[in-house]
Design a protein around this ligand. Structure first.
Ligand code: MG
Length: 215
């Protein structure tokens, strides 16, 4: 794939692709159970068991990504708690370099994310990336998660771009499969979405550790 000649637009996932997934892993797997334990007078172990079981019920659905759902289900103010931990939000190592490179090459970039609007807003404020994107689409806008092929037809209608000349990058292999089914021409996975975890392999897609590997 030659980005400069074959790609009309780059579609990018946010968490684990542009931004270090470590923030979200820490927030949902450690910080939220701690807060739940405090609020309900439970041991950390009891809180983890309860919270993780709630996560399992809705994995991959829009609720899984919805702060309002978690506010109601866990009785915690997710929006306020995200603000409390916002200093931990970080871009991945060569994200800025990559976005600058696309800008210089005049290739439009879009964010396609399952993140809740409130999270997108906070993360864009913290990282100051907004100006690099022609548009930011959250699956909550269309009310269908990226895991569903109908999300992609809604995006195609809205952006009016030729999917066969788009590059889509995501750290979820499951989502890459759906994007492929929807007709996206070029697909890449992220090998190192979480800076604190070992690299992941994908069965059916090429992965990159650094965006510079795309050139
Ligand atoms: Mg992701």
């Amino acid at each position: 794939m030659y980005i400069e000649s074959e790609v009309d637009a780059v579609l990018l996932d946010m968490d684990g692709t542009l931004l270090d997934l470590h923030y979200d892993s820490h927030f949902w797997l450690q910080f939220i159970p701690q807060q739940y334990a405090l609020k309900h007078g439970l041991s950390l172990q009891q809180a983890e068991r309860h919270v993780y079981a709630q996560y399992e019920k809705v994995t991959g659905s829009l609720d899984w990504y919805c702060y309002d759902y978690w506010c109601a289900t866990l009785g915690l103010d997710i929006h306020a708690l995200q603000h409390k931990t916002k200093h931990k939000i970080q871009v991945r190592s060569d994200t800025l370099w990559f976005l600058e490179k696309l800008k210089q090459a005049n290739i439009p970039a879009y964010i396609l994310t399952n993140a809740h609007r409130s999270g997108v807003k906070l993360k864009m404020q913290q990282t100051e990336l907004t100006s690099y994107f022609k548009k930011i689409i959250s699956s909550h806008d269309v009310q269908i998660a990226k895991e569903n092929v109908r999300f992609w037809s809604a995006v195609e209608d809205e952006l009016q771009i030729d999917f066969s000349r788009c590059l889509f990058i995501d750290d979820s292999e499951k989502i890459l499969h759906v994007a492929k089914e929807a007709g996206i021409g070029f697909l890449r996975g992220i090998a190192t979405p979480d800076s604190e975890k070992p690299a992941q392999n994908m069965q059916d897609f090429d992965t990159i550790k650094q965006f510079s590997e795309l050139f």
